[in-house]
Design a protein. Structure first.
Length: 399
């Protein structure tokens, strides 16, 4: 069986067995390719990733880790849905999450998508065995292990040297492990400037941050309300199915249906019943995951730039910020290539655009100054407007 965060897919491309979930199946279909035997769980895998992100920031005990996992709302298959210390240890030690499989003490690369990199996996193993800890590394480099050389694919490493005068200096360079590489070393400040620019592109200011949080709370409330009416409807569907089952049994006992028809129909009704029961079970938790994800996203977008630029913030937190917002960081001729993780790509590529529904844009977000251009009159209409959040697509009344 695959570990939590992954789903087994059967030969027909369906989520196997009792883990079948309509919502997850639908979102797997949006991948637009034929499914592999093991796929990342579209709802749970991002939560597992955020658990690893949290774990990688600083020393955590297994007890804290279990608490954090339970706080994320990921359900365990045992112990009343809670995670125990030993289950957390198994997760942290499982190479499956880094795309590998263990068979008779040997590791093989799997065909499934990893949730963490093999570097992160080996970091975790060192922390667990007490050999090293990110907090104990005194002179670490912020970008160590995060950037690759675009020319030869090796890691960019930090180097610290002493001049004859005794003054220390640092630079970053391609490790050149695979032989020759023409890339020149870079001063840390040359990378800093580019990283600051990338983080500034997803920055949202205090006002937008507050507003977005209000909007998602409102959106959440309306989702819950919708959820409530669905649950009522599903409850009615269930009692209708029970009635049908009772009628079917009567028909069977009075011998007005054949045994084969009775069994076929009964199975059909029971399947339908299990499907509805599953929907009732899943509904609430997926809405809560959604709220948690959205809040974390806006918090990160608001804090990332200032935290990263703050000299008092420790290196492990800065690494964590970079890991959560960017991926596939590569250096070529001194230029940092960077991909934004979803959904930060939306903030980076689109102007954050909060518009009243059905009218022209009335606020212009200026990315350079991170502020809105507006007039007092427009603020009035803002307060009365129904606005559409371009990130979560939620329509809510502001204030
Ligand atoms: Zn290189």
């Amino acid at each position: 069986m695959t570990p939590i965060g992954y789903l087994n897919i059967d030969a027909d491309g369906k989520i196997a067995g009792k883990f079948y979930d309509h919502e997850k199946q639908t979102s797997l279909i949006t991948l637009g390719r034929s499914l592999r035997r093991v796929e990342k769980d579209p709802l749970i895998a991002p939560l597992i990733r955020s658990f690893f992100d949290w774990y990688l920031v600083e020393p955590r005990t297994l007890k804290q880790s279990a608490q954090y996992m339970n706080h994320l709302g990921i359900k365990s298959p045992r112990f009343k849905g809670k995670y125990s210390i030993s289950m957390i240890e198994r997760i942290l030690k499982n190479p499956f999450y880094s795309g590998q499989m263990r068979y008779e003490h040997e590791l093989f690369s799997g065909v499934h998508d990893p949730i963490i990199t093999s570097r992160e996996f080996s970091d975790i193993q060192s922390y667990l065995s007490g050999k090293s800890h990110p907090m104990l590394v005194k002179h670490d480099f912020v970008y160590r292990g995060l950037i690759q050389c675009a020319e030869c694919g090796c890691s960019i490493v930090g180097v610290r040297k002493k001049k004859l005068s005794g003054k220390e200096y640092e630079y970053y360079t391609c490790s050149k492990r695979r032989g020759t590489c023409g890339q020149k070393p870079l001063k840390p400040a040359e990378i800093d400037i580019q990283v600051h620019e990338k983080l500034q592109a997803v920055y949202i200011d205090e006002r937008v941050w507050e507003l977005c949080k209000k909007l998602i709370k409102l959106h959440f409330a309306s989702q819950l309300e919708k959820q409530g009416s669905h649950v009522e409807q599903w409850g009615r569907d269930l009692s209708l199915l029970d009635k049908k089952l009772a009628n079917l049994l009567d028909a069977h006992l009075s011998e007005t249906v054949t045994k084969e028809d009775y069994i076929a129909k009964k199975n059909e009704l029971l399947n339908e019943k299990a499907h509805i029961e599953q929907k009732i079970k899943d509904g609430g938790s997926s809405t809560r995951h959604w709220l948690l994800d959205a809040e974390t996203f806006f918090d990160k977008a608001h804090h990332a730039f200032t935290r990263f630029a703050d000299p008092d913030v420790d290196i492990s937190e800065k690494k964590q910020i970079l890991r959560s917002i960017g991926w596939n960081l590569r250096l070529f001729d001194g230029n940092l290539e960077w991909h934004y993780k979803k959904p930060f790509d939306i903030l980076a590529t689109q102007i954050l655009d909060l518009q009243p529904v059905g009218t022209n844009a009335f606020v212009n977000y200026n990315k350079k100054t991170s502020s809105f251009a507006e007039s007092p009159l427009l603020i009035e209409s803002w307060r009365d407007a129904w606005v559409q959040c371009q990130i979560c697509r939620g329509v809510s009344r502001a204030f």
